[in-house]
Design a protein around this ligand. Structure first.
Ligand code: CUA
Length: 317
């Protein structure tokens, strides 16, 4: 499995860069304060106290009074003001207004317990647990949730924002360079919280457009007899109640991820478990063994039915 989330200090986009810069300012100031107070503490602990019969203690206390004023009041005031100004500047630099970024690509992301529904409404398709964006172009994300509060965070690309069941939050992202970034739900949302991962792929515009074109195609007819058998198994089992495969089976709900072009997804079940036949077989037999709490029930299938279903799902490219 790949690491869950990586690198807010390895920014790959302007928003993340702004946040990382602010973080370094805070770390620098924090370090200065730590050192100054460390020295003051050491001086206080190890300095010999002068005797007081000649009035020198009054002198000493006025010196420590000045010290107290500088270290205890002026220094924190400077730090707080600098941090406040830097924070306000950073906040203003982040283009997260509710209207999003004009002319940006718009993508809707909906948090579910415990996976991500990713809708490219303008482009006319929905996917899950993967977010593709073009490099060098602003992307406006509309973020919400169906059940409880989740939180969206791609550390290398931007900040963190709540996904609420009763409202939509907006975040504007941009990636500077092609790359794959892992992301993880950042708000405790139940037992599956730690297994709520999202893969973000930033790719050059041309590759992005060809990915979009591939995702727009509805699924093709099953290519052979076993694939057809697999589709029949899918339709006859509980799978079809929750999962849509555009062009083959339309579910009434979005309780489970849209599986159109499922075979192209890198991972399974919003975990970073690679999408291989063996892992998929284990997942279908008993998803709870892999992801405790997952809403998908274990599927009672014979070996023959499971094999056919795997053939069919693996053909959903
Ligand atoms: Cu969704 Cu934590």
């Amino acid at each position: 499995m790949r690491p869950l989330a990586d690198g807010s200090l390895d920014p790959q986009g302007p928003a993340a860069q702004t946040i990382a810069d602010l973080w370094w300012i805070m770390l620098g100031l924090g370090a200065v304060v730590f050192v100054v107070f460390g020295i003051a503490l050491a001086l206080g602990l190890f300095r010999r106290r002068p005797h007081s019969d000649d009035g020198s203690s009054n002198q000493a206390s006025s010196v420590s009074g000045r010290w107290f004023a500088v270290v205890g009041v002026v220094l924190p005031a400077i730090v707080v003001v600098v941090v406040l100004v830097a924070t306000v500047v950073a906040m203003r630099a982040l283009p997260n207004s509710p209207s999003g970024s004009p002319g940006a690509l718009e993508i809707e992301i909906i948090g579910h317990q415990w996976w991500w529904e990713v809708r490219y409404s303008e482009e006319g398709f929905t996917t899950a647990n993967e977010l593709h964006i073009p490099v060098g172009r602003s992307v406006t994300l509309r973020l919400s949730a169906t059940d409880v509060i989740h939180s969206f965070w791609v550390p290398r690309l931007g900040g963190k924002i709540d996904m609420l069941p009763d409202g939509t939050n907006t975040m504007v992202l941009e990636a500077d360079a092609p790359g794959e970034h892992s992301s993880q739900c950042a708000e405790f949302c139940g037992i599956g919280h730690a297994n709520m991962a999202l893969t973000v792929v930033a790719e050059p515009e041309r590759e992005f457009l060809s990915w979009v074109a591939a995702r727009q195609r509805p699924t093709e007819e099953p290519s052979g007899e076993t694939e057809q058998r697999g589709l029949d198994v899918f339709m006859a089992s509980e799978c079809a109640d929750c999962h849509t495969i555009r062009g083959a089976s339309e579910a009434d709900t979005a309780d489970g991820p849209d599986l159109t072009h499922f075979a192209d997804r890198p991972d399974l079940g919003a975990t970073f478990l690679p999408n291989t036949r063996a892992n998929l077989a284990d997942w279908i037999r008993d998803p709870h063994a892999i992801k405790p709490g997952v809403k998908m029930p274990a599927t009672e299938l014979s070996e023959e039915e499971l094999d056919a279903l795997l053939d069919y799902l693996e053909g959903l490219g």
